[in-house]
Design a protein around this ligand. Structure first.
Ligand SMILES: [Mg+2]
Length: 215
């Protein structure tokens, strides 16, 4: 797909209700020379906690007020706080796709949870905002090969968030990897830093490829 992006891209402004807690950089919006074409997320301990396989499973109950779920024994299962905001922000860039790469052994439970967890500012579920989904056990490079096949997006145009170091193996394909703290999951702060790092790294990669006549 041929998608033209301006040479400098500003981060979209955040919802007004966050203005009092935002840093100056967040308020002004950092500048990027390049953005990923697909942002991919792991599920367990990246978007939610704990691991969904370790819950007692469905039927799940959703509490819209707190954006949390309970499993069949009433134990809480929650989305990390900034996840809906990050998804809404990505969708302000219409050309950036959202992908999921998870090794979960309970893909049907994952689908249910993604459909239940809401993005209040967009009046839809997380599921509604996801473009490509690969959920099954196995090495994550396989997940990315499928994401590449389905989307046509090059590996070096993908940014991946995951809480497990072993999944860094996707960098062998050229994917930009961001390791998260499993106790915090995806935070707005880490998301912004990752976009900055992606922008800088992409520039270096391009220079190197040009230098060796590989582009
Ligand atoms: Mg995980």
């Amino acid at each position: 797909m041929n998608r033209k992006q301006p040479s400098f891209l500003r981060l979209p402004s955040l919802p007004a209700h966050r203005s009092s807690t935002m840093t100056l950089k967040e308020k002004n919006g950092p500048m990027y020379t390049r953005l990923p074409k697909m942002i991919v997320f792991d599920l367990d301990c990246t978007l939610w906690t704990p691991w969904i396989d370790y819950t007692y499973g469905p039927p799940f109950q959703y509490d819209a007020e707190t954006n949390t779920m309970k499993d069949k024994r009433g134990e809480a299962f929650r989305l990390f706080k900034h996840v809906p905001e990050v998804f809404a922000m990505i969708k302000q860039w219409p050309d950036i796709k959202i992908g999921i790469a998870s090794r979960s052994t309970t893909p049907d439970w994952c689908h249910t949870a993604l459909k239940m967890f809401q993005v209040p500012s967009m009046d839809c579920s997380l599921y509604d905002l996801i473009d490509h989904m690969e959920i099954y056990p196995g090495e994550k490079r396989q997940h990315f090969k499928e994401l590449h096949k389905a989307s046509g997006i090059d590996y070096n145009e993908m940014l991946f968030f995951d809480d497990e170091h072993r999944n860094k193996s996707v960098t062998w394909l050229g994917v930009h990897f961001e390791l998260l703290d499993p106790s915090k999951g995806l935070t707005m702060h880490h998301f912004n830093l990752a976009l900055e790092r992606f922008s800088k790294q992409s520039k270096r990669t391009q220079t190197t490829l040009d230098q060796y006549g590989m582009k």
